[in-house]
Design a protein around this ligand. Structure first.
Ligand code: AMP
Length: 208
């Protein structure tokens, strides 16, 4: 059966990094709604321009906009054939309802860290335009990297606090809903990237 997984975790939990590892090593397609939106903003599409204002303020972009981009991506043939790991969606109950009309998830992975650790980690986060994620101490960019690394505009302390508050208020109830379906697996995200990846593979029963 094709795996259709959503990964949850506060900003800085390392969920994007884990999703990337699963995609590289285990063949699932990584769908990051943050990356999809950043692509739209970089290409200066109408949708991207509309989203940019919300993103830079640390707010969620309106559901209608978000659902449109995601719906399109979930119906592409690579995703339908290989399965996916969805990262950054659904972030609220309304998005969850929209997703349930398109597809059912097979598993939900929650990477747990404390808020203090989240703030500490995000302060050191660096990214590339190509979607790579690094940390100045825990996962520094390689010296021969051919892309520029930069701090995301929404990784300011103020925007981080706002995003964490949204996570607790709007996204945690989504996880509670999936708990009722019995598909939630929780792991401790406080370890190293490699340690957390081992836990990830184990709970998701990934053969890779
Ligand atoms: P991320 O890279 O997942 O931290 O997302 C960065 C920003 O993109 C968020 O702060 C939101 O502004 C926007 N975003 C990403 N995913 C969603 C979503 N599912 N719904 C609304 N906005 C989103």
């Amino acid at each position: 059966m094709v795996k259709k997984i959503a990964i949850f975790g506060a900003q800085g939990s390392g969920k994007g990094t884990q999703a990337e590892l699963i995609s590289e090593n285990c063949g699932l397609i990584h769908i990051s709604t943050g990356d999809l939106l950043r692509q739209e903003t970089q290409q200066k599409t109408e949708l991207g321009n509309e989203a940019l204002e919300y993103m830079n303020a640390g707010k969620l972009v309106p559901d209608q906009l978000m659902n449109k981009i995601l719906d399109k991506r979930l119906h592409e043939s690579d995703v339908e054939q290989k399965g996916f790991i969805l990262d950054g969606y659904p972030r609220n109950i309304s998005q969850q309802k929209s997703l349930s009309k398109i597809t059912d998830l097979t598993e939900v992975l929650v990477v747990e860290i404390t808020d203090e650790e989240a703030v500490r980690r995000i302060g050191g986060r660096r990214v590339t335009k190509g979607g790579k994620i690094y940390h100045v101490i825990y996962n520094p960019p390689p010296k021969d990297l051919d892309e520029e690394v930069f701090t995301r505009p929404d990784d300011t302390p103020e925007a981080i606090r706002k995003r964490l508050a949204i996570y607790h208020k709007e996204t945690e109830p989504v996880i509670q809903e999936y708990e009722k379906q019995g598909i939630v697996k929780r792991i401790n995200g406080m370890g190293s990237i490699a340690e957390v990846f081992e836990l990830t593979k184990k709970v998701l029963k990934l053969q890779c």
